[in-house]
Design a protein around this ligand. Sequence first.
Ligand code: FAD
Ligand code: UDP
Length: 365
Amino acid sequence: MSQFDYLVVGAGFAGAVCAQQLAEEGKSVLVIDKRPHIGGNAYDCKDEHGVIIHPYGPHIFHTNSKKVFEYLSRFTDWRYYEHRVLAVVNGEHYPLPINRTTINRLYGLDLDETGVGAYLDKVREPRDPIRSSEDVVLNSVGPDLCEKFFRGYTRKQWGMDLSELSAGVAARIPTRTNDDDRYFGDSFQFMPAQGYTAMFTRMLAHPNITVRTATALDEIRGHVTWGHMVYSGPIDAFFEHRFGKLPYRSLSFEHQHLPDVQQLQSVGTVNYPNDHAYTRITEFKHLTGQMCEGTSTVREYPQAEGEPYYPIPRADNEALFKRYSELVEQEQSVTFVGRLAEYRYYNMDQVVGAALTTVKKLKNK
Ligand code: FAD
Ligand code: UDP
């Protein structure tokens, strides 16, 4: 029977960072993933037409953490990329996050920055305290912009109303009074120059790391031994749903290749808050900078069942997660880290940050 110091379940950001850090400390690490590849949801590859795509939906790297950026820079070069999004409202394309251009074009105005600030002050519905995502949106932009840009999209994405979701969900989208039309405001906005999979390959290339893909945790129990486990899958599945299922939101991805189109959209992503069953269409060439014939896109259709992609931030789900995390405290031989294991709506950089902190504690044990 093979023996390892650590078993890492999941080869996404959480698992790869932990494995890399432990291997560097001289530990032997087995990384498994039930999928046939590394990278978790950030995995990228070429489609059958040679266009680089993200099979699990568009992944754009952005962070304010110099530490995270410098850490990942050990495993990749970067390509400068600032993501831009347009939202279609009544057949017209408007910049999102809402900015000066959005307001002026939507309402036929010609306001300067101060004017837009005053306009928003007039239309906003001040809320205190701010508890739900509805509070966030009404408090910043008022009811008309809420209905046009947020309520329908949120209903599609989560299968519930803005008022039923924690404030943090809508708070991801800022409101601007200037002309800044970038989706993210972070100080580091780059894509891995050779892609995410290449970056993960380098992270896991350490001689102390063994990688087995297409291998689920249940399949290796009894065949391998380990001293400590790092688990990055869904926390409720680990405990066999003892307290009931934690809700995760799923998606189905519709990939399309257009051989005769060089560029379908003027920006990387177009959102459809009020039309269609999908939330958004992303055209990958914008994200990757690839120069090639034809173009490939993905439409995201939210759904309740299927692969768990998003924790659903709500007080009752948080309470159920807390019950599972009490079990975690008793589980001395397992460490839980990542978006599914911590039930946190983490971006990639936040997972890297969380994994670096977690593994540091592990190393000090
Ligand atoms: P995951 O990437 O989910 O990895 C967990 C891995 O564990 C999976 O590969 C799974 O197969 C494996 N696993 C689970 N259970 C088992 C088991 N029992 N046995 C073996 N293996 C198992 N973040 C950004 O920063 N920017 C973006 O633009 C962005 N876009 C996104 C778009 C979509 C559609 C989605 C769903 C997420 C997006 N994210 C984005 C978030 C990003 O995907 C996550 O923050 C990050 O990938 C989470 O890493 P992780 O390692 O925690 O989890
Ligand atoms: N959102 C919205 N309209 C949009 C874009 C976003 O209402 O056009 C809301 C929606 O609730 C969404 C949340 O803001 O789930 C966060 O959006 P983000 O683009 O960050 O979601 P992700 O990329 O994680 O799916």
